[in-house]
Design a protein around this ligand. Sequence first.
Ligand SMILES: Cc1cc2nc3c(=O)[nH]c(=O)nc-3n(C[C@H](O)[C@H](O)[C@H](O)COP(=O)(O)OP(=O)(O)OC[C@H]3O[C@@H](n4cnc5c(N)ncnc54)[C@H](O)[C@@H]3O)c2cc1C
Length: 317
Amino acid sequence: MLIEQMVNIPNTFGMDVKTKLFVEYYSLDELRQVLREHKGEQILHIGQGSNLLFTRDFNGVILHSGMARARFLDDETVEAQNGLRLDDLIAQLTDMAYCGLEKLSFIPGEVGASAVQNVGAYGVEAKDVILRVNTIDVETLEERVFTNEECRFGYRDSIFKHELKGKYIVTSVVYKVKPGDASKTREEIIQTRMAKLPTVGETGSAGSFFMNPFIPEEQADELLKQYPDMPHFEVKSSNPQVFESSNLVKIPAAWLIEQCGWKGKTLGGAQVWPKQPLVIVNANNATPEDIIALAAQVSASVKEKFNIDIHPEVNYI
Ligand SMILES: Cc1cc2nc3c(=O)[nH]c(=O)nc-3n(C[C@H](O)[C@H](O)[C@H](O)COP(=O)(O)OP(=O)(O)OC[C@H]3O[C@@H](n4cnc5c(N)ncnc54)[C@H](O)[C@@H]3O)c2cc1C
């Protein structure tokens, strides 16, 4: 177990924030031990910190997994430990001529968070390839397996972000795979992403800052009269986030933000990424306040121009 006091918290936004205690564990027994020893304290389990905006120092225990192995359970099932980088898993599977996860290539972050966040790209979401999620109950320290259905996956969403937020630690994820060559798709996706998105380690960001909004069909029809080129996608009623209404339309937040003239604009050290306006970057020693203020101004102008609320995908801590 690695234990450090008052150290910087790893995060891809490059925020300069410290935690009282940082603990990296290397087995489930070590995880149980640290949970037992720090019962009642504020605990946050992180992966790579690639979807987090730390707004201040953390007065508690930041947990990180050093468990990063994967194994085949059978020909079509792979179990990966929470601390393995998702892209390392996909690279290994591709090398071994297995496919299924390749559209998620190059998404930063670890296996544990892939289930919490239900990461997605190019029409595939983690939920499409996750069979089950193995966890440990933070209170009882007992293991619990969540089936795909029990995870209640939605758009960048799962039960671990709502009712069960902070209550379970994802320890491993079981994905379904199949034999097949995914190397070309993977390579194309990596090239596209590299051209469009900020590079982790070079430019601080947390990827898409906002989620794409869903609006009623009638509102979309009205907007289309004014903006005939507005990209829009009818949403299948099977999407749990919108299952109460089948008449919703998804509008790309990037388009809305661009229409409001934000592409490349800066506020303090924060900037709306010129190549993809859905992303806010730490362009020049941004403080959390710079990021928050820029995000607030962007969403306020989208609300004013289109009467659409856009909400952060990034978790504020
Ligand atoms: C350049 C860039 C591009 C990106 N592109 C995409 C994209 O295309 N699609 C997409 O979906 N996302 C994208 N993201 C966002 C990010 O990669 C994902 O949200 C990713 O899943 C975060 O993984 P992480 O390991 O860094 O988790 P963190 O950011 O550290 O944590 C995210 C959340 O998960 C929780 N968590 C982490 N690990 C565990 C665990 N083991 N058990 C319980 N809870 C846990 C944390 O407490 C937190 O609430 C991008 C980010 C960046 C920086």
